[in-house]
Design a binder for this molecule. Structure first.
Ligand SMILES: Cc1cc2nc3c(=O)[nH]c(=O)nc-3n(C[C@H](O)[C@H](O)[C@H](O)COP(=O)(O)OP(=O)(O)OC[C@H]3O[C@@H](n4cnc5c(N)ncnc54)[C@H](O)[C@@H]3O)c2cc1C
Length: 528
């Protein structure tokens, strides 16, 4: 038995690409077929809005039961921790009472109000497919098909239109929440505003989200993408910042940084026509090269260019290659033969990748592998790229500009912070670092705390799906807890029911997949 386990571990560690191709891809395909069929049935055959009320009542009933039982344990959603996009797994799912909030549907599209009402487990892929077929789209569509509305609101969300519309939270018009005392609360900028502004980033520590109204805008068939190669750090920063600040002119802005001095800056616009200044490119087709590899050809050929990309292909352009992390999982995945034969099956599902982590790959990941998004004021972009180059030497880096708006008098967890010179600027940039740094002697153990300090010193924020080494005090320095603390005091049963955000996202609340597997095995009946 032990020999078999060792052999399996050996295969998972040393033949990961082959294992992912032969096992994880087919399983992922089957699972995706199942979820698509389930969504189809839920939306087309059942009357989703009517069932919504019943589903919300079920959530409320579970809270009532918890109160009847003495409100002893803390609460969390029952969704499997393996399904979250984070590379870590929440361990509090084992100790807390799990509340089933399985609400997956698109409830109502209101063209008149310019909103779509959805349940929290509706995914980006599901929503864009539905809206685009009706001529609409979300103002901000975070990249991966499987990202959930609940996760993007309770965590964070961005995309290349965020310079215009802000983080995902800023396209939200209202939330329905089931509170810790079992009440259904509707909140918006004009109703229960304290709660409305505090929900984003709160990670389910104020209540259970059961519906959200999101702002929609008219969709067009294509995005006209203009690629501009740049060959110095100053040009990169100047061009990117200029494009980001032109919110009327550019519907989308994105940068891919390939070295300290070279990048491709992309400006995108909605359009229904394919103009004569560029070529049509359905980049989402299975046999097409991975997007960042395609973009790199502009850099290598020292040229600019224009392409017309179908809208959904554009929204999910990094999905097949999980940005550029797929290269480390299936190194031959971008080979033309692989793409032609199996490109349609990519990417393998995140939960399967996590579940098949071994002790060896865990150690390697923890020491050498980086998945981080840092939200920096755009005026510190140059220093930030220099910092990543000096301390990580990890490319490509993803640049996605975003506005962080003020919430009037409501602070929220994040808001534009005064810079060292006292000025306040709402324009930020997400710097995404994914992969294995090439910096000699790199070790996450020392690099991550230093990076987090750099981010705090430069008035930035860290995306909380990623690993954090912040102490509670530093976490409270990075994220404003003023209104959050007050609200948690005021809301009945709130502190009894929910952890603080820090307790959920730090190492107190999340562990490696390997450790989680052990904890789950130990908690099985008969193993205690
Ligand atoms: C490979 C990868 C690519 C990514 N790409 C992008 C990207 O392109 N754009 C982007 O913006 N982000 C991206 N992210 C980050 C992503 O936005 C965050 O992980 C986000 O939190 C959504 O993740 P999720 O759907 O897995 O939510 P989860 O991790 O499941 O949820 C986040 C938190 O919200 C809580 N929560 C969720 N639903 C509810 C509910 N109904 N009630 C109460 N609490 C709830 C959960 O308990 C959890 O604490 C990426 C992450 C990875 C790993």
């Amino acid at each position: 038995m032990t020999k078999t386990c060792h052999l399996f571990e050996h295969i998972l560690t040393h033949y990961r690409g082959l294992f992912a191709t032969l096992v994880l891809l087919p399983v992922s395909v089957m699972y995706s077929v199942y979820t698509s069929a389930r969504n189809l049935i839920a939306f087309h055959l059942r009357s989703a809005p009517v069932k919504h009320e019943q589903r919300v009542q079920k959530v409320i009933q579970q809270i009532e039961n918890w109160k009847k039982d003495g409100s002893v344990e803390k609460l969390c959603t029952a969704r499997s921790g393996w399904k979250t996009m984070s590379e870590l797994v929440p361990k509090y799912k084992l100790s807390h009472r799990n509340i089933d909030v399985s609400l997956y549907d698109i409830l109502e599209i209101s063209e008149q109000n310019g909103t779509v009402k959805v349940e929290p487990l509706a995914t980006m892929g599901q929503i864009t497919r539905n809206l685009i077929s009706k001529g609409w789209t979300l103002a901000v569509v975070p990249e991966l098909d499987d990202l959930t509305v609940g996760g993007l609101i309770m965590g964070f969300g961005i995309e290349s239109s965020s310079h215009k519309y802000g983080l995902f939270q800023f396209i939200c018009a209202s939330f329905d929440l089931v509170s810790a005392d079992g009440k259904l609360v509707h909140c918006s900028p004009s109703e229960n505003a304290d709660l409305f502004y505090q929900i984003p980033w709160s990670h389910g520590t104020l209540g259970f989200l059961v519906a959200a109204e999101l702002k929609i805008i008219p969709a067009k068939k294509f995005v006209r993408v203009h690629y501009q190669s740049v060959y110095s750090l100053d040009d990169m920063v100047e061009d990117f910042e200029e494009a980001s600040r032109k919110t009327e002119e550019n519907d989308f802005v994105e940068g891919l940084v390939y070295s300290r001095d070279s990048a491709v800056i992309m400006r995108g616009n909605f359009t229904d026509e394919i103009g004569g200044d560029g070529t049509y490119n359905a980049i989402g087709r299975w046999y097409k090269p991975w997007f960042y590899k395609h973009v790199e050809t502009y850099l290598n050929n020292r040229r600019a260019g224009v392409e017309y990309i179908p809208l959904r292909d554009y929204y999910h352009r990094h999905t097949r290659s999980y940005f550029w992390t797929m290269e480390e999982i299936i190194p031959f995945g971008n080979h033309p033969v692989f793409r032609a034969l199996l490109g349609w099956a990519l990417p393998p599902r995140i939960e399967l990748l996590k579940y098949t982590e071994t002790e060896t790959t865990r150690k390697l990941r923890e020491k050498y592998h980086v998945v981080q998004d840092m939200l920096m004021p755009i005026s510190y972009l140059k220093q930030s790229i220099q910092y990543f180059d000096d301390h990580f030497n990890l490319y490509p880096l993803w640049l996605s500009p975003m506005a962080i708006f003020d919430n009037d008098s409501h602070l929220g967890f994040v808001h534009p912070l005064p810079k060292k010179d006292g000025t306040v600027d709402k324009m930020y940039v997400d710097i995404g670092a994914y992969g294995t740094p090439l910096k000699a002697g790199f070790d996450n153990g020392s690099a991550l705390p230093l990076l987090e300090k750099f981010v705090i010193d430069h008035r930035g924020y860290q995306a909380l799906y990623a690993k954090t080494t912040l102490s509670r005090a530093s976490f409270r320095t990075m994220f404003d807890h003023t209104d959050y603390d007050k609200l948690r005091e005021q809301l009945p049963f709130c502190k009894q029911a929910f952890d603080e955000v820090y307790d959920k996202v730090s190492s107190k609340g999340r562990v490696s997949p390997v450790e989680m597997r052990k904890l789950e095995n130990n908690s099985k009946p008969g193993n205690q």
